[in-house]
Design a protein around this ligand. Sequence first.
Ligand code: NDP
Length: 281
Amino acid sequence: MAIILSGKELSDRLTAEQTERVKELKAQGIHPGLAVVLVGEDPASQIYVRNKGIACETIGIHSETIRLPGDIGQEKLEETIQKLNEDRKISGILVQLPLPRNLDEDAALATVLPEKDVDGFHLTNAGKLFSGRETVIPCTPKGILYMLKEAGIPLVGKEAVVVGRSNIVGKPAAMLLLKEHCTVTICHSRTKNLAEHTRRADILVAAIGKPRFITADMVKPGAAVMDVGINRVDGKVVGDVDYEPVAQVAGYITPVPGGIGKMTISMLMENTLEAACRQGR
Ligand code: NDP
């Protein structure tokens, strides 16, 4: 039976540490602040944004949610982001994705100042990650790596298989694991014989967006299975991994909820504190 990697326990610990750090930073004249830009009425985004606001409040940092109507034009959206770039109370800016279809997501992300980009999605920061340099690491992949390291799971020379190649999870997760000297395979919807790849994985990251897609026969005995998926099925939140059967085979597994999702928010707080320190205010 797999060891359960609890994102909740770890994130509770991080929250306590971050709360102390915020007090120390404030004593040094550094006041971290996060602005979240939310466009439209997507219900999942509303929940994520609310949780981000609660996390800021809990650790004692300033937060603002800028709610914009779904039919806002590109120019207005970019003007709003520019104002936040210039706002000294704001150390970090996050544009909640996905944006409504009428808007250009890449152009909006490119408007955020790289030093205020707490998601690590600006091309400058993504480019640095891909060239192996120090940079802002996207929150979900950063949380995955944090959990693996906290659990003492060896990475050097291990086979890591990432299923999913999105810019926000799959690709940066693969880059981070590569930096840790794993041998990395990235799989996607056109991958042939997916299970042959996943069965080789010592570390298996599932970032697909399909409920219970990774089944027990796709998992190597003893593997660390990191489930990024958040899927709603019959009113219940489930991951991309068929949890109960996979837990019988894996060595480590992250639950959904209470796994990587929790870590993502903790890492967002981490990135915001780091941004405030870099800006020295
Ligand atoms: P995307 O939809 O952007 O990417 C999904 C990826 O899965 C794509 O690369 C796609 O391949 C691949 N894929 C789809 N079907 C298959 C298949 N049958 N076999 C192999 N690969 C497949 O999703 P995200 O990366 O944004 O998110 C993934 C999941 O993680 C979602 O459930 C999302 O809600 C969740 N999520 C959770 C977060 C957290 O904090 N825990 C944060 C962000 C996301 P292709 O590129 O070929 O289309």
